[in-house]
Design a protein around this ligand. Structure first.
Ligand SMILES: CC(=O)N[C@@H](C)C(=O)N[C@@H](C)C(=O)O
Length: 823
């Protein structure tokens, strides 16, 4: 579940299958290993042509799996794909306010794939913001970005006078902490591996927080490596050895569970505090060994009392089940006393100075999930998000709720403090009303100047919108324009103004500046200005290819509504339709049906570089948010578990019929593209509707639940999605034979005998979520029965296939594959 969604730093829940390349820094990948579709006669022909081309007289070999016709296509598509892929993303932004009250300074952290190096390049661009009047704003940009090579994360201090830069080691070397002032490096500290490993910068466990007077920074890092047994020629060496000596060697010791997909080999996340003056690092004491911690913030401090930290803790029963994309892992907010530093305590008489038995308080015992803690600016309340629907139902993601704790000044009252519901889980909303909360991140400071209104981004049907939430009254307003089908995301706040970004499937992102219009009706209370910026600059070619494209969001009525369906599950679902408007003839472009994974994820109406590339080379897109997707209320979402492979398949077929009936698609030119659960749907579709699709492309598809259940990091997912609400209770690591039969019967592999559609498989060999065996088994079985198949295995990729070269090669092959079969 990955994505290329712009400007949504830790947004795991949206579109993540195709559109969210998160940086992965590892060595070059090798060329495709498996290519099962090139007839040898064509290969010989290609080789001879290549020979004629060669002025040097050497024989050029055609890369594995290519023929000359395809090579032409490769060459032309690859140039264009590069132009799309090189458009920058905004990962984060901050505002700095000078003391003299003049204007503000914005800093944007951007990234761009460096395909040659197979890494993401990170850089910074700044802009001076001046408000000439309430309704006009001017951003003056620095002429060039500055590269931030080797930087894992940057975090400005609350006053904006210091910048923490963390560089994680690539090997066994120390983590580097740099503290920068306005014009120079002020401090640099190297934290050895014996203290802790890499600092978490994963967008989930990640948490780096400055205290109020900027003397301490709390953060989450990997625990130091446990010692491993040492052996030498006499056998086991008692007491081990810290030094490397050539006469001894290290064994492995006991295997430790990790959090699965993307966390392979990562050690337990633990809490640390560094003193910004001395560089002294202390591990936070008192936290149970088994608790994984993250998202730390400082609790409001009281003069003369200890400082406390609030963090999220995840516990587990017998094993850690995969956590990436899985909000159904129980978690709670905890408070713990921060370590004491001598310099901090000088001259202070601490009220509770004992260092023994440091207590850890669970603040959210009444609820099964609590994360993204944010204190109000006055420290009077603590707000957090909860995925309790997800935890309680077992669905890996579901509708969120927002809560508040009025923060007691007396530490002893913390554990019993009441949790107030601010936004409850929405089961089924009336048309035009909030469908529920679906958030993948909160700003570190989400507060307007009144101190009680939070600005957040959330999914609303097929779009992302910006909401203002008054956490005292519970009033929620959709403040991004309600008449816009574009997706909007808040980047940072400038006092009571908002710096945001807005985009659509056919419009590259545009920076927006939002301000409150006085004395206006509530519905029109915010106005948005366009901010010209150099950030999303793209080539003339890209601009000209995007300009004739248009998109709409279609409502698709549910087929076969019955009394057994809830109201929410009987309401229309949605699909985003992208097409070319200026057609020379009446013939429709070929259609690609695009299916997100999860299944409890969503394709939003934002710009996706890879999908825009496919649209620009002449495909219409039908991006289906089948029932079960996020953004449509809890009843619609919960209608899918237990019915995967039938209800979702039926919704996609209904959406296809809808566009055919409207004359927007030709029934003989339809292809399907999906990853993970989207690949499950795609392979189901080519089996259940074998005459419908001329080509398919699948990325790490789930093809056989009976195989997946024994190999994935989330076997519980197979139970919940195949069996519904019973699945959670019945989960066991050793599924009985009858259940394996059920899993098989609900899987695409059970329809394999009917498949005819030429299918390309893009597989990540390091995928722990849907291990490569799932795609390979299905591809080999198709090949065995004579269906055209191409398989590309990326040896160093995980589930998302996001490493720049792999992402590029995947979409280039998808483009060429579809061109071959969809004329
Ligand atoms: C929860 C989860 O990871 N499910 C996978 C089977 C899946 O479909 N993943 C989605 C999110 C993806 O798009 O990769």
């Amino acid at each position: 579940m990955a994505r290329e969604l712009f400007v949504t730093p830790s947004c795991w829940r949206v579109n993540f299958n195709h559109y969210f390349p998160r940086p992965r820094f590892s060595p070059l990948i090798s060329p495709p290993r498996h290519t099962l579709c090139a007839p040898s006669s064509i290969s010989r022909f290609s080789a001879s042509l290549a020979m004629d081309d060669s002025k040097a007289g050497s024989i050029k070999e055609m890369p594995l799996g290519l023929d000359t016709t395809m090579e032409e296509e490769y060459a032309s598509q690859s140039k264009l794909l590069q132009e799309f892929i090189s458009i920058s993303n905004i990962d984060k932004a901050w505002i700095f306010k000078p003391d003299d009250g003049t204007g503000s300074q914005a800093m944007f952290s951007l990234s761009q794939p460096n395909i040659l190096a197979n890494k993401r390049r990170k850089f910074i661009v700044s802009s001076y913001i001046s408000n000439e009047s309430k309704s006009s704003v001017n951003f003056r940009w620095t002429p060039f970005p500055i590269e931030m090579a080797g930087v894992s994360t940057i975090v400005p201090s609350p006053s904006g006078s210091k910048l923490l830069v963390i560089r994680n080691p690539e090997n066994e070397s120390p983590s580097k902490f740099e503290i920068w002032g306005p014009s120079q490096l002020e401090k640099e500290f190297h934290i050895p591996q014996s203290v802790h490993g890499s600092v978490y910068a994963d967008g989930w466990f990640e948490g780096v927080s400055w205290n109020f007077d900027e003397t301490l920074i709390a953060y989450v890092a990997e625990e130091p490596s446990p010692s491993k047994p040492t052996f030498n020629d006499l056998g086991y060496k008692k007491g081990g050895s810290t030094e490397k000596d050539c006469g001894s060697w290290k064994g492995q010791g006991e295997w430790e569970e990790d959090w699965g997909e993307t966390y392979a080999g990562k050690r337990q996340p633990a809490l640390f505090v560094i003193n910004t003056n001395s560089g002294e690092v202390q591990a936070v004491k008192g936290i149970e060994k088994s608790l994984s911690v993250g998202q730390v913030v400082w609790a409001p401090s009281t003069k003369g009392a200890h400082q406390y930290l609030v963090f999220v803790g995840w516990s587990y029963d017998t094993r850690k089940l995969g956590i990436k994309y899985c909000y159904n892992r129980p978690c709670a907010l905890y408070a713990v006393r921060a370590p004491l530093y001598e310099s901090e305590t000088k001259g202070l008489e601490l009220k509770d100075s004992s260092t023994e038995d440091v207590p850890v308080f669970n603040l959210t015992q009444q609820i099964t999930s609590a994360f993204f803690p944010r204190f109000s600016p006055d420290g009077k309340f603590l707000v957090f998000l909860s995925a309790r629907s997800s935890v309680d139902s077992g669905a890996h993601s579901a509708t969120d709720s927002l809560h508040r704790i009025d923060w007691p000044t007396d530490v002893k009252l913390w554990p019993s403090a009441k949790i107030v519901d601010v936004i409850p889980v929405v089961m089924c909303a009336e048309d035009g009303c909030l469908p529920g909360l679906y958030c993948s991140s909160f700003l570190s400071n989400p507060w307007l100047l009144d101190g009680c209104t939070m600005i957040i981004s959330s999914i609303w049907s097929s779009s992302q919108v910006i909401l203002s939430v008054n956490v005292l009254s519970g009033e929620v307003l959709r403040i991004s324009p309600a008449d816009s089908n574009f997706s909007w995301n808040v980047l940072t706040l400038d006092g009571d103004n908002i710096v945001a970004v807005s985009s659509s499937p056919v419009d590259v992102p545009q920076i927006k500046y939002g301000y409150i219009v006085e004395e206006a009706t509530k519905a029109a209370a915010w106005s948005w200005l366009d901010v010209p910026s150099p950030i999303f600059k793209c080539s003339e070619k890209v601009i000209s290819l995007l300009s004739p494209l248009q998109f709409s969001i279609m409502k698709i009525p549910v087929k076969d509504v019955s009394d057994s369906l809830t109201k929410g599950a009987s309401k229309p679902f949605e699909a985003i339709f992208v097409s070319s408007c200026c057609k020379e003839s009446d013939a429709c472009n070929p259609l690609i049906v695009v299916l997100h994974g999860g299944p409890h994820s969503v394709s939003i109406s934002s710009f996706s570089k890879s999908l825009a590339f496919l649209s620009s080379i002449g495909y219409n897109l039908l991006i289906v948010n089948y029932r079960g997707s996020l953004g449509f209320g809890e009843e619609a979402l919960q209608s899918l578990p237990g019915k995967v492979g039938s209800q979702d398949v039926s919704d996609v077929l209904t959406a296809i019929d809808h566009v055919i009936d409207k004359g927007l698609a030709s029934p003989s030119k339809i292809a399907v593209l999906g990853g993970s659960h989207g690949g499950f749907l795609s392979t189901h579709l080519i089996g259940q509707a074998p005459d419908k699709f001329v080509a398919a492309a699948v990325r790490n598809p789930v093809c056989n639940l009976a195989l997946m259940v024994g190999t994935t990091d989330i076997p519980d997912w197979c139970y919940v999605e195949a069996c519904g609400s019973k699945g959670k209770e019945n989960f066991t690591e050793a599924p009985p034979a009858e259940l394996l039969t059920l899993f098989h019967s609900k899987s695409p592999i059970s329809h394999l005998s009917k498949v005819k559609t030429p299918t390309i498989f893009l597989l990540g060999a390091q995928d722990l979520r849907v291990p490569v065996s799932n795609g390979l088994q299905y591809a080999r079985a198709l090949r065995e029965k004579g269906v055209e198949v191409k398989v590309i295995v990326f040896p160093n990729d995980v589930h998302g296939i996001e490493r720049p070269q792999s992402h590029f090669e995947s979409f280039l092959n998808i483009g060429v594959w579809f061109r071959k079969y969809c004329k």
